[in-house]
Design a protein around this ligand. Structure first.
Ligand code: NAD
Length: 486
């Protein structure tokens, strides 16, 4: 068991607390200082978790779905009841100010409950005089869940709820940067499920590749960067594990000249800088029509200067630090590159000197091939880009290896909807940002993903189809098919 002066964090394996010989440091990004230790799972620990999940699968897959739903609802209720303490822990490891941290905990509980409103369907593809053909969706086995640090709880729930609801068992791994809230949730809800159904293990950089290579997993559900997603896919290919990959994005917002700038400026700003711009579906390139460009830019700059950024544990701060040092250095590098190549930067208000803080920064109309435009910043540096021709701006928005989401802003919703249909992304919002629901699939186009999460399609990713041909005639009297299955 790993310790912080007064707090300990254990992994969950086979329904019990699991100890490790080694630990990893966990830092508070608002100070840069180590404040806790998390267990560092070894290959043996992983083997034990997979063995427990494998043993539990046989019973869990035949457990009636209503019992599985009840277990998940019970777990959601426990998370909800502990939201205050979990949110305080979340702030320390993730950095987000407390109201947003609590919203994620409560959102995770809500999502878990809402997912139980879904059912695994049985499709009937033929029901004739001679036979009935049913397509069942059966669970896959042991699922490997790997989660990033930007929304550690919600994105874990997006894996826990559908995987277990569909009848699989799970070994979940949080990011080494944000393991604690997930480990604590594991401790709180481990008794809601039969031993081995739900396992949580934590560790350093070596653990993810060990998991994706492990032969005991039938499926990997991964959320993280596109670069890591490609490694996960390569590793899964060796034994054809099923995969769902939710990856990076470089989302465009297209702002039409008819918007009421004063009415939408705050929303445009939040769509880019929510969670200190560490959101996969945040606006990362904002295309603003030339007629209103200066007005929008100046409003956004005023907001950047007025928005308090600081330690999430202190009341009044709207945005926190960048979550970890590597990401902090990456964002600083992009800003340095923009400065070195002569781009105009518009800086927000001052930020604390200690910790991983960067002022909210706008880049004034850089060329489309600037690094800050082409790369996913995943931090508070937003390029503002001028446009005049609609076809041209749609082409520029689509000119990306990513295709996660996007937004169109206009007083004319029909026109905006037509533009939405032209964007090569998995999701488009009109006059809003960052929306998702438990019943709507999130699916990245191009290099933003493979497969989907949420909704019935997301649930079915944790199953495989199994077709059963049931005759209505006595055996021996059924004619062979004229076209046989190949
Ligand atoms: P990351 O890819 O560095 O890490 C994600 C997870 O993968 C972590 O748990 C990490 O420990 C693990 N990991 C690292 N290397 C691995 C390997 N070789 N094999 C297996 N696992 C490995 O991503 P991050 O920096 O934690 O998260 C930020 C990225 O995630 C951004 O690109 C963001 O856009 C993306 N993201 C996507 C979505 C989505 O739904 N599409 C949601 C949130 C974040």
């Amino acid at each position: 068991m790993a310790t912080l002066a007064t707090e300990t964090f254990s992994m969950t394996i086979d329904g019990s607390a699991a100890e490790t010989a080694r630990t990893i440091d966990v830092r508070n990004p608002a100070t840069g200082e180590v404040f806790a230790q998390a267990p560092d799972a070894s290959a043996d620990d992983l083997d034990r978790a997979v063995a427990a999940a494998t043993a539990a699968f046989e019973r869990w897959k035949t457990t009636p779905i209503d019992e599985r739903k009840a277990a998940l609802n019970n777990a959601a209720g426990i998370i909800e009841a502990h939201a205050k303490d979990l949110a305080a822990l979340f702030v320390k490891e993730q950095g987000r100010p407390y109201p947003g941290a609590k919203a994620e905990i409560l959102g995770g509980a809500m999502w878990m409950k809402a997912t139980t409103m879904l059912d695994v369907p049985v499709e009937v593809t033929e029901d004739s005089d001679t036979r009935r053909v049913e397509v069942h969706h059966v669970p896959l086995g042991v699922v490997c869940g790997i989660v990033p640090w930007n929304f550690p709880v919600l994105l874990a729930v997006w894996k826990i709820a559908p995987a277990l609801l569909a009848g699989n068992t799970l070994v979940l791994k949080p990011s080494p940067f944000t393991p604690l809230t997930t480990l604590r949730i594991g401790e709180l809800i481990r008794d809601c499920f039969p031993a081995g159904v739900f396992n949580v293990i934590s560790g350093g950089d070596a653990l993810g590749p060990l998991m994706t290579a492990h032969k005991g997993f039938a499926k990997i559900t991964f959320t993280g960067s596109t670069a890591t997603g490609k490694r996960v896919m390569g590793s899964a290919a060796k034994d054809l594990k099923r995969i769902t990959l939710e990856l990076g994005g470089n989302d465009a917002a297209i702002v039409l000249p008819d918007v009421d700038v004063d009415a939408v400026a705050a929303q445009l700003f939040e769509g880019a800088f929510h969670n200190t711009a560490q959101v996969c579906v945040a606006t990362k390139r904002m295309f603003i029509h030339a007629d209103i460009y200066d007005q929008v830019r100046d409003r956004l700059h005023e907001l950047a200067k007025a928005t308090p950024v600081g330690d999430g544990a202190q009341q009044g701060n709207r945005y926190g630090p960048i979550q970890n040092e590597a990401q902090y250095r990456r964002v600083l590098d992009l800003i340095d590159d923009a400065r070195a190549t002569g781009l105009t930067l518009l800086e927000g208000g001052s930020v604390p000197q200690r910790g991983y803080f960067v002022p909210l920064t706008l880049v004034d109309n850089p060329p489309d091939d600037a690094r800050v435009v082409v790369e996913e910043a995943f931090g508070p540096v937003l390029p503002l880009l001028k446009w005049t021709d609609l076809d041209d701006v749609v082409a520029r928005a689509n000119d990306s290896e990513y295709g996660l989401a996007g937004a169109v802003w206009s007083a004319d919703v029909d026109k905006a909807t037509q533009i939405a249909h032209r964007l090569d992304t998995g999701t488009v919002w009109i006059n809003q940002n960052l929306q998702s629901t438990p019943f709507t699939p999130l699916a990245g186009a191009k290099q933003s993903g493979f497969g989907q999460e949420n909704g019935l399609p997301g649930l079915l990713e944790f199953t495989r189809p199994k077709s059963i041909f049931i005759p209505k005639q006595p055996a021996g009297t059924i004619p062979e098919a004229e076209v046989a299955a190949p």
